[in-house]
Design a protein around this ligand. Structure first.
Ligand code: URA
Length: 434
């Protein structure tokens, strides 16, 4: 096909028709449009944007490039949560089993770490034996039987997005609201959900640096998700500081398990409760968010979600004996404290710096193919608003060996600002869009 007139039209700021967008996606996945032309079109889209009809056509073309998960009829609603990514964000690990206990089916298709943002699959793969690559039949059977799964996209799901995302990553065309919207929603629509909750983060360690950009992305995704027949809401959440006290794959699993044992950090528990409560209201299982929050909290306190978590990871290959030993055991490698140099209050802790340290220690990826070290990271992170005395711990750095330990500790120190006055702490969840 001749793609050139369509590239020129978009370059001039014209809208493409749904049929043109469909044929571009079919042409690209069928190898009839070369990467250089697709890259030029993506760059034109990044600068010129797409209107609502174009974004919708792109989302549907991507969704329909592969197979959708087909679940049998069941009174339990199909729901999922998607986060745009941050540092220390282990909400999915706690939320999926909790939602299963609250009467939902949760086919949570998740991603891997890239850059400074952590990936749910890398976290889970720090558990001995855990498998994230599952066939569609396993995904469906596990959801029907246990109520939840957290796994990778199968090869047959949304292949056009996989190819397009790799090209965007290599051509500087990721940060475009219509392209991000189509990429995220196409994958969620392929799960055939009833309700979707989006956690759109803003701040130093988020995709969207400002609240205004995050609101625009959230509003676009909420509008389109609802138009495509999935009840969709979005939370706007703060990602200036890491979520919880830990960043790093295994450290985050430990913190998620602590949360399931009702001993987790308050901000993590609060965000899990908010996500569960919104989904209860969206699916008409609760009348209002306050009542839904207490129901979710009661379920967490009952420890039913902790049992469900173990059922889920066991169904995905976990050696429970080895997992429990790892939970009780010491950290492999070297643990070094970073201590405060003065008395005061933590004014801020830059999540970007912490994310970069974890990534550079090997806990994240520079390139898609890189292996991650699941045991490195930073824990005992002192949260903004907390008081600290000179010599007390601001964070603990876990490294594989001595090389790099000193540099990592110095960098973690620079993430913290300590001041005299107790700072004002803004709410973690700034807004709910529906
Ligand atoms: N996550 C995705 O899956 N796609 C994007 O474009 C951005 C974030």
């Amino acid at each position: 096909m001749n793609c050139l007139p369509l590239i020129e039209a978009k370059r001039e700021g014209k809208a493409l028709s749904a049929e043109q967008i469909r044929s571009i996606i079919a042409g690209y996945t069928g190898g009839r449009i070369p990467d250089y032309q697709m890259a030029a079109l993506l760059m034109a889209i990044l600068f010129r944007g797409m209107d609502a009809a174009e974004t919708r056509a792109l989302t549907i073309a991507l969704r329909d490039s592969g197979q959708r998960l087909q679940f049998p009829p069941d009174p339990r609603p199909l729901v999922d949560k998607h986060s745009t990514g941050g540092v220390g964000d282990k909400v999915s690990l706690v939320l999926a089993p909790l939602l299963a206990c609250l009467g939902f089916r949760v086919p949570m298709i998740s991603g891997r770490a890239l850059g400074i943002t952590g990936g749910t699959l890398d976290k889970l793969e720090s558990i001995p034996g855990f498998r994230s690559a599952l066939h569609a039949k396993h995904i469906i059977d596990q959801v029907q039987k246990i109520g939840c799964v957290i796994c990778a996209q199968t090869d047959d799901m949304v292949p056009a997005d996989k190819a397009l995302y790799a090209l965007r990553d290599a051509t500087g065309t990721v940060p475009s609201i219509p392209l991000i919207t189509a990429s995220i929603l196409s994958k969620k629509l392929a799960e055939n959900l009833d309700c979707l909750l989006l956690d759109v983060k803003f701040g130093s360690a988020a995709f969207m640096q400002t609240e205004a950009q995050a609101r625009e992305l959230a509003a676009t995704m909420v509008r389109l998700g609802n138009e495509c027949g999935v009840k969709t809401r979005a939370l706007l959440t703060d990602m200036h500081a890491p979520l919880g006290h830990s960043a790093g794959n295994w450290l985050e699993v430990r913190e998620a398990v602590a949360c399931l044992e009702c001993q987790g950090p308050a901000d993590l528990e609060q965000l899990v409760m908010e996500c569960a409560a919104q989904l209860l209201v969206m699916s008409n299982a609760a009348l209002d968010v306050a009542a839904a929050r207490s129901r979710a909290l009661e379920k967490l306190r009952s420890r039913a979600a902790l049992d469900k978590w173990e059922q889920m990871i066991a169904a995905q290959g976990t050696d429970l004996k080895a997992y429990r030993e790892k939970l009780r055991g010491d950290f492999p490698g070297i643990t070094t404290e970073v201590n405060a140099q003065r008395n005061g209050f933590v004014q801020s802790c830059d999540a970007r710096v912490i994310g970069e340290v974890v990534r550079d220690l090997g806990g994240g990826r520079m390139q898609k193919e890189s292996q991650v070290n699941v045991d490195v990271g930073v824990d005992r992170i002192r949260r903004p608003g907390k008081s600290v005395r000179c010599g007390e711990v601001l964070g603990r750095v876990h490294t594989a060996d001595l090389a790099g330990t000193r540099d990592a500790c110095e960098r973690v120190k620079t993430a913290f600002v300590i001041g005299e006055a107790k700072p004002e702490i803004l709410p973690l969840v700034r807004e709910v869009l529906q």
